[in-house]
Design a protein around this ligand. Structure first.
Ligand code: ADP
Ligand code: MG
Length: 253
């Protein structure tokens, strides 16, 4: 049965999508069957792994709002063992539409029950907010992977995220736990980077991954080619570190 992991932080631009796509691709590279679910109306995970918006007939919106079976919405990617449920801008309406729906927080959880046996990992790329879409993701998940960008105020806003996790634990999903905290966009040339690493390690202790994701221009180029880093440039630093992260995640199995 799949381990369901939400990649979440309500701050934008911290590396959620980059981590979802590349961790997913690396887990697939190591032989795991992986499904990515794009829960962000921007659809960056969708386009970043090479699914053209024009080829998307139905997306996660129809699964959540119209109860279309998720199996009908799964796309295969060019990487073996890696599938995705895409999102389009249509999803931006779901936040409001879910408000008035029955069992609104468990619609994703219900939707994935049918396919949990088909995968080893289901990775959910969360939007940069703590609204209904994120609550749905957390309710459906076993754990949460939190990317934290190495910058000033890195920890700011994380208390709201942790509060939301506690609320979901209390009301909808008592088993929910933190999978790990991932330091991203580390820049070895500045002192700031190492200060932030120290601060985050002091706060989250052993829950912080040993692997730190550095700034690597290849990681920012890969999505415009519709490829994960291991397909775009397998020799890059970015490919190396996301493989190391995948090994850490597998070691926790
Ligand atoms: P989020 O999903 O949290 O909004 P993204 O993963 O989209 O964040 O990353 C924000 C931007 O930073 C994107 O343009 C992405 O390509 C780039 N980026 C992410 N991680 C790295 C990295 N380690 N090195 C260089 N650029 C990165
Ligand atoms: Mg994103």
């Amino acid at each position: 049965m799949a381990r369901v992991v939400s990649v979440a932080n309500q701050k934008g631009g911290v590396g959620k999508t980059t981590t979802t796509v590349n961790l997913g691709a690396c887990l697939a590279f190591f032989g795991r069957k992986v499904l990515l679910i794009d829960m962000d109306a921007q659809g960056n995970a969708t386009s970043g792994i090479g699914i053209r918006k024009a080829d998307v007939e139905q997306n996660i919106y129809e699964v959540l709002v119209d109860e279309v079976p998720i199996r009908d919405v799964i796309h295969h990617t060019s990487r073996e063992n890696l599938d995705i449920v895409p999102a389009t801008i249509q999803l931006s309406g779901a936040e409001i539409e879910l408000t008035s729906m029955m069992a609104r927080e468990s619609r994703l959880k219900q939707a994935i029950t049918d396919i949990k046996d088909d995968y080893d990992y289901i990775l959910i790329d969360c939007p940069p907010s703590l609204g209904h879409l994120t609550i749905n993701s957390f309710t459906a998940s076993d754990s949460i992977l939190i990317p934290v960008q190495c910058e000033y105020y890195a920890l700011e806003g994380l208390s709201q995220l942790l509060n939301t996790i506690r609320l979901v634990q209390k009301h909808f999903n008592p088993e929910l736990r933190i999978e790990g905290v991932l330091l991203t966009m580390y820049d070895a040339r500045t002192n700031l980077g190492s200060e932030v690493v120290e601060e985050v390690r002091k706060y989250f202790r052993e829950r912080v991954y040993d692997t730190i994701i550095p700034r690597n221009v290849r990681l920012s180029e890969a999505p415009s080619h519709g490829l994960s880093i291991i397909d775009y440039d397998p020799r890059s630093k970015g490919a190396e570190v996301y493989q190391a992260l995948a090994k850490e995640v597998i070691a926790h199995e």
